[in-house]
Design a binder for this molecule. Sequence first.
Ligand code: ZN
Ligand code: ZN
Length: 226
Amino acid sequence: MADGESCGKNESVDYHDWIKISPHCHTRVYSRCASITQWNLVRAVSQAGMDGLILTEHHNRWPDSKITEMRDHCIDSGYCRENFLIIPGQEIEARDPENKLNYGHVLVIGADKSLIEMNVNDLCGLAEKEGWALVAAHPGQVSGLSRFWEYPIHGFELLHRNQDNHYVRRLAEDHCSNLAKLGSDDIHHLGHEGHYCTLFPKGTKTEQDIIQAIKDRMTEPYKFKR
Ligand SMILES: [Zn+2]
Ligand SMILES: [Zn+2]
């Protein structure tokens, strides 16, 4: 049974039809601002009742071979069960169109290599060409991409462990009815897990499934009972 509640527009969510993913996670391996190890990350997210996570290190995309090694070790060590999902993504800084010193963080899912910071219009163009999904990270923080709904991105973090979620909800009501809504803990340290996550359709297994769900707006932000 559910141990929390969906917080999106859909008020009658059947929890049996969804899985819980922590879609915004850092580790000390590739993010200097994070202290959590990859092992503790998997263990903590799994123990908090989630079915998987997306690795979104700053400008670093985990190599597939390292993800496979990590998953195998985590399963062997009992940190997670066998079908726990570990999906590669990354968080990048997008500059505004005038290239002023005004950055916004964006989650990118689908790129097969690490990306450098880039102009938001260039990022959106590349995403369109390459089939990536783009999610505006923590738009309720100063480091969020301002007026993100004016760009062809696919989703945004309606719920985030460390932003003014009421402010973002008001933004969403005014501008974002056609974007996928996500919830995240933006995990950097042990203990950050278990506040918010995102529901994805049951049967979601691969990076491509995650991209498709975000593009189809088939996600629901979720708040854990604490
Ligand atoms: Zn960020
Ligand atoms: Zn982050």
